[in-house]
Structures are given as structure tokens and as C-alpha cells.
Write a protein of this length. Sequence first.
Length: 202
Amino acid sequence: MKKQLDRPGSPAVSAEGAPSDDGEERATATVDWDARARQARAQPFDERRACDLFVQLWEAETHLVGLSPAELGRIAEHFRHFTVPAGQEVIGQDEQGNYLLVVLEGRVGVERVQRGGSRVRVAEARAGDMLGEMSVLDAGSRFSACTTLTPCIVAVLDARRLDAMMANEPRLAMALLASLARRLSLRLRQVSARLSALLSGG
């Protein structure tokens, strides 16, 4: 059963009951980028400059090398672009997400929030890295929180704009999805390698 959450200082969200680790129901919030942007004090960034950054960062991407700079620019046009100050959470843990981010400039910490509120840094995203793509593809909850470590420029693509790209420019959308799949595969292999090392006592 869906319900509205209205918390002072937090983005407007809707929530749906979901089982927690101990079997009790908890609210799993859905936060869109517009709500998150207000909370994170994000400001629109020049589209032309952002597209140029996107093309420079992604023209060496394995699954996009067959695309011309002009085609990469058309992919970038489906994103929205923002500046975000340091110390702002751009993705919240356990939210149900409907957008992904590409870091165009700056650094973002990826952290797992533990019981009691402590945080464990699991990764650090830099220019060219993508964040939040799994939730856009499967509508699942976010595994970790992502917070800007420096002032950042980010490109944002939500599920609605991804659907529009698939309908209007399917070749470009398929190239982007292939890149997402490759990045997720690499991430899974890295996690598997770490797990194997732990199990073997390495």
C-alpha cells in the first residue's frame, strides 16, 4: 500500500512498504531527480559545455566507439546537466530510484550506511563514471548513498527520458544500454573477485 512521506528538509517522496532484514515492513521511498536536486542545491549547467564534456569522456567507451562525436552529442542531449556543491547527497541509500548520474567533473563518494548511522566508503566515482544505473533498469532500491566530495558537474538521465530515447533513437539507446551492461558486468566481476579472496582467506 503506497503512502506519502512528508519530512521537513527532505525531498517529496512516495513510499511503499517493503520487508527489512529483520522481516518487518519499512517504507521504501521513491525520489525523483527534481526533488533530489532541490535538496542537493543543484543548479542547471550550460548544455553546450556539458555535452562537450560528455563526448570527451565517453568517446573511448568500448561499446560507444562506433558512434561519431555528433551521435555521442545526441546521447548527451537526452541528459540534463547540473552543478552540485561538495558535501551533497545525490543518491540516497534504500531509495527506489528512477534516474542515473554520469560524473562529468569532480569526485563522488559511494558509501554504505550501517545500522547506527556510520558510513563505510565502498568506492569513489570520478569523471566518466556512472552511478545509479541498476535502479533505473530494475526499479529496485539503491544499495548505497552517493555524496559529492568536491564540487561536481553531473549528467542526469531518468527513466522517462531513457524510454523516449529508446522510442526515438533506438540505435543510440541500444549503444548506451550496452555500455550500462558492460559497466555492470565489470562491477559484478570485481565484487566476485573480492568475495572469492575473502572466502579463500586472501
